[in-house]
Design a protein around this ligand. Structure first.
Ligand code: SF4
Ligand code: SF4
Length: 441
């Protein structure tokens, strides 16, 4: 049995462009790979190589110091520079630039595969940290810390394949094509965390993926694991909403998944974890969807981390018409890109190039008609229209009562607003104003 959550919207999914496209390797690998030192939400890693050094696929090139996640070469070649390069999260930041020698020679110093039957929590945490695994669904938080914090405090492990962002199908293809690995990884994590239940959650229209997982579960006879198809509603894939859907539990305001006795891992993260545990492979590649009405041949690709986004687009035949908006991460919560010079990061699941007719621009000066739709759509029970008015009045006292910190920037309010008012930005501005105590507007 599943539960529903408050609010949400139903954008056109537009997944038909890539849902039948299997994950393909690049036929031509990029000449240059860019590995940003910041690939983890808690800060930069420390480089272990310098210009002129030779590197092999899977060789460590940056380590976690006080902050950051370990990074590994995703191609073999030579380090050309450590210099500032465009970063997909905005601005430029230091990156290790590798010139690819096209030999794909692999590093021999990988750790031995671990035995799933003997795996301990300490081994799991240590291996995930070694492999540099961060949340690959967009959060980029250190996964080893999440595992360590969750141990003994959660009863349900949720493998998030909801992928409710329109256009994106990389997670779905990964589940469909690598379900055996994903189930093995989920079971290993669940055992170490002492979870009673493992829920693999996907949208109900992904029937072939559901059947693939069900077949494997029948064969393995593991009753602790369930595949749960859920009716598509954005933002089903957000942590609080997926927990409520699976367990009926609400994460308290300001709380985390652990407060609802759940641990939620994106499916790509689970795949990377099992790869590190049972193959001794660090995180060097990931699945990325390249799509949108402006792309000549939309595809799903299995790509080296650090591949310039421009190379991915070229692999898909480039643009067939002008793109009005290019983003990573999907049209609801994605990050608009000024150009394609930034590379694929550990948490990059897509490159979406939208034509003018696909992209509904916000109207900053739009007039509110007080329809209340934004209030009904907000899954966090906020009232964007009232927040907007309080912001216009610079009324800090009112704003302080609105629980602005609960906004997860899901974009439902902006999406539903008939006046096309950029409500997500408005709520973020209000939260900033409150944080600064009203200084400067
Ligand atoms: S106010 Fe925040 S949480 Fe609510 S719909 Fe808008 S973006 Fe989502
Ligand atoms: S959805 Fe837009 S027009 Fe309707 S109440 Fe909210 S801000 Fe106003």
């Amino acid at each position: 049995m599943t539960h529903s959550f408050f609010g949400g919207v139903y954008p056109a999914t537009r997944k038909e462009m890539t849902r039948r496209k299997p994950l393909a390797r690049l036929s031509v690998t990029p000449k240059e790979i860019i590995i940003p030192l910041v690939m983890c939400a808690d800060g930069p890693a420390t480089p272990m190589v310098g210009p002129g050094d030779s590197v092999l696929v899977g060789q460590p090139i940056a380590r976690r110091g006080q902050t950051g996640a370990a990074a590994f070469a995703s191609v073999s070649g030579r380090v050309a520079a450590i210099e500032d390069r465009p970063h997909p999260w905005g601005r430029r930041s230091p990156a290790i630039v590798i010139h690819n020698d096209d030999r794909s020679e692999h590093y021999e110093g990988r750790p031995a595969p671990l035995d799933p039957r003997q795996l301990t929590l300490e081994q799991l945490v240590e291996r995930v940290e070694w492999a540099g695994i961060v949340g690959m669904g967009g959060g980029a938080f250190p996964t080893w810390e999440k595992i360590a914090r969750s141990a003994g405090r959660v009863d349900t492990l949720i493998v998030n394949v909801a992928e409710c962002e329109p256009y994106v199908t990389a997670d779905y293809r990964l589940l469909l094509e690598r379900s055996e690995h994903i189930l093995r990884g989920a079971q290993a994590i669940a055992r170490c965390l002492r979870c009673e239940r493992v829920a693999v959650v996907t949208e109900g229209d992904k029937l072939n993926a559901v059947e693939a997982v069900e077949r494997r579960l029948r064969r393995s006879g593991n009753g602790r694991v369930q595949i749960i198809p859920v009716r598509t509603c954005y933002p089903l894939g957000a942590e609080k909403q997926i927990i409520q859907t699976v367990t009926g539990r609400e994460v308290p305001p300001g709380g985390t998944a652990i407060d609802a006795a759940c641990a939620v891992f994106n499916v790509a993260t689970v795949f990377a974890i099992q790869d590190a545990l049972f193959q001794g492979r660090p995180l060097t590649h990931r699945a990325v969807t390249i799509t949108g009405g402006a792309v000549t041949r939309p595809r799903n690709l299995w790509v080296p981390i650090g591949t310039p986004l421009r190379h991915l687009l070229e692999t898909c035949g480039g643009l067939k018409e002008e793109a009005d908006l290019i983003l990573t991460g999907g049209p609801m919560m994605g990050v608009p890109l000024p150009n394609l010079e930034a590379p694929v990061m550990k948490d990059t699941n897509s490159l979406v190039c939208l034509t003018e007719w696909e992209h509904k621009p916000d109207v900053p000066g739009g007039v509110c008609i007080r329809c209340g739709k934004c209030v009904g759509a907000c899954p966090m029970h906020l009232a964007p229209t009232i927040i907007r008015r309080a912001l216009e009045d610079q009324d800090l006292e009112k704003l302080s009562k609105f629980h602005l910190e609960d906004c997860n920037a899901c974009g439902c309010c902006s999406f539903i607003c008939p006046a096309q008012i950029p409500l997500v930005e408005t709520v973020a501005q209000a939260a900033n104003l409150l944080k600064r105590g009203g200084s400067a507007s």
